[in-house]
Write a protein that binds this ligand. Structure first.
Ligand code: BEZ
Length: 212
């Protein structure tokens, strides 16, 4: 099934390292990340899950719940988590789905047969509190994802959700944001009391609104 931005993230129940999970119940009112890795006991995946565990406080700060998935069984996940904790100097506390029947992989189109018939590629979905898909990225097995970039996108998505702003190329937390075209300059002047920098009528910046 192809999943597009704005679609409701398909719900499922699955066995995980933290017990049986109903995905939508697990997310509750939080934001969520569902991400697949090709296989347990592989080097790039070990670093990815380790990095995600290391960023636990950053995800918590943004009210984001994390859920990993691969088609390996639960006992394999449990043994591998010990290795991740040891080698990446962290503690994995988020659940990892044992998607042995490929139910989740199929629902989220995580197996790309021309890349691998058997393993999931590196898919990642960010899901909003409304259960809609806000970001979808796909990386090949050989390239580990940049989880700091994922946090950056979540910062942007959360600003957009709260303040009707967008973020420019290479934006980082603390930098000026863009007033979306749907907001008139007259309204923007009221909405963004820190002021506007109008470069062109369609290119208007304001300081990041949630900062003092
Ligand atoms: C890895 O995680 O290192 C990996 C997994 C599958 C294919 C290539 C690399």
């Amino acid at each position: 099934m192809t999943i597009r931005l704005g679609d409701i993230a398909p719900n499922f129940t699955a066995k995980t390292t933290e017990g049986e999970i109903d995905f939508h119940q697990y997310l509750g009112d939080s934001w969520g990340i569902l991400f697949s890795h090709p296989a347990d006991y592989t080097p790039v995946c070990t670093t990815e899950l380790g990095k995600t565990a290391q960023l636990k406080d950053e995800f918590a700060k943004r009210n984001v719940k994390v859920l990993a998935v691969s088609v390996d069984p639960l006992d394999k996940h449990e043994g591998w988590v010990k290795d991740i904790n040891e080698t990446q100097h962290t503690t994995v506390t988020f659940p990892i789905i044992a998607d042995v029947d490929r139910n989740v992989a199929t629902l989220y189109d995580m197996i790309h047969p021309n890349a691998s018939e058997t393993f999931t590629v590196r898919s990642l979905f960010v899901i909003g509190p409304d259960k809609k898909v806000k970001l979808s990225i796909t990386y090949p097995a050989s390239t580990g994802r940049n989880f700091v970039e994922v946090l950056r996108v979540i910062d942007s998505l959360q600003l957009t959700a709260k303040y009707s702003v967008a973020t420019p190329a290479d934006w980082k937390h603390g930098e000026d944001v863009i007033v979306v075209p749907a907001v008139s300059t007259a309204d923007a002047e009221k909405k963004f009391p820190k002021g506007l920098k109008i470069v062109k009528p369609y290119l208007r910046y304001t300081p990041q609104p949630d900062l003092q």
